[in-house]
Design a protein around this ligand. Structure first.
Ligand code: TK8
Length: 342
């Protein structure tokens, strides 16, 4: 090979090497702008709950997407406080992430109380469509001014009633029951409207209140009744599916605003993949929980369609009043979205 050819071959090899170096350097320059950090994710349900599994799934996703730099530490069983306390911790910046039921959020944004109206969603498909659509997003968009970032919705689920007094198979049976409800005006008004003695209480105090009979009963999805062991102190269960409660996956705005765009992207991606996972295992767990609860000797009743219609009619004037307090526009938009999704 003559000198000229050798020179041009060498030049092209060097050029290739340089390009590769640049490329690699380019890749490392393109590497995500992510800092090593610990992220505290507290939640109220039991570690064994479907949502507890989803929190760990989320933590793994964040680790994978950040090459291990963003470490999510999980704190279940209300160990960092109740929903309300964790909401405030996020606002203050002493905790980074949680999921809470929409009910406590109504204390910050009245519109979230819409989800405590009875029989709003016929099934999970309708719930997903409303929550992941414009009406749900509009409510999430109210949170930043309260110091919170509403990343998206997870599923708490359809609520059912348990109690320690007697079987509840008809609306009248609710009369006089001391029933713990989540801490907002809508849940309070709905159950008082049915003749119960509704007692707002943080979830973290609920098991002891049931065990000591401070309250007779409570209402939550089946997987919560199982994983929080309410069946141990609640001999009666009524399948009512009277309300569908969403969870909101929340981040502290004070913390969020200090993150790089790449760090925020990691969290948004992990939130999205964990949403699908959480809803899937939440539904599986709920369908398995009923047999488990029955096997513990709990007497199970069910509201018939007629009974539900009776409840709906009884509550009509109360719902009309609550519509005004929650915000007519929000209530109408959510109800219309639910109708469109059927
Ligand atoms: C758990 C609560 C719970 C909710 C309640 O943190 O308070 O009854 O249904 O799941 O958010």
């Amino acid at each position: 090979m003559d000198m000229k050819k050798r020179m041009s071959l060498k030049a092209s090899v060097l050029g290739l090497a340089a390009a590769m170096t640049m490329g690699l350097a380019g890749t490392s320059v393109m590497a995500k702008d992510i800092n090593s950090q610990i992220i505290r994710f507290g939640y109220g349900l039991a570690d064994s709950s479907p949502s507890g599994h989803a929190v760990r799934f989320f933590a793994e996703e964040v680790g994978k997407l950040s090459d291990g730099k963003m470490k999510v530490k999980t704190y279940g069983n209300g160990s960092l406080g109740s929903d309300e306390q964790m909401q405030n911790a996020l606002i203050g910046g002493s905790q980074e992430i949680t999921f809470v039921s929409t009910a406590p959020l109504a204390g910050l944004v009245k519109g979230f109380g819409v989800f405590d109206l009875p029989f709003l969603f016929d099934n999970e498909k309708v719930a997903d469509a409303v929550l992941d659509g414009p009406a749900g997003q509009k409510l999430l968009d109210t949170l930043p001014e309260k110091g919170l970032i509403g990343l998206l919705y997870w599923e708490n689920g359809f609520r059912n009633i348990t109690n320690s007094r007697h079987e509840i198979s008809k609306m009248e049976d609710i009369k006089g029951i001391k029933l713990r409800v989540m801490q907002n005006e809508v849940a309070l008004a709905v159950f008082n409207g049915l003749g119960a003695n509704a007692i707002p209480m943080p979830f973290t105090e609920l098991f002891t209140a049931l065990e000591t009979k401070t309250v007779d009963g409570q209402e939550n999805p089946l997987s919560t009744i199982k994983t929080s062991k309410f069946y141990e102190v609640q001999p009666y269960l009524t399948i009512s599916n009277h309300v569908y409660t969403p969870f909101v996956l929340l981040a502290s705005k004070r913390w969020w605003d200090g993150l790089t765009a790449d760090e925020q992207d990691v969290l948004k991606q992990a939130a999205k993949t964990s949403q699908a996972y959480q809803r899937k295992i939440s539904r599986e767990a709920d369908s398995n929980a009923l047999q488990y609860i029955k096997d513990q000797g709990v007497k199970v009743s069910k509201f018939s369609a007629e009974e539900k219609e009776k409840i709906r009619t009884t509550l009509e004037p109360i719902v009309a009043k609550l519509r005004t307090e929650i915000g007519p526009e929000t209530v109408d938009e959510v109800m219309q979205a639910a109708k469109n999704a059927q």
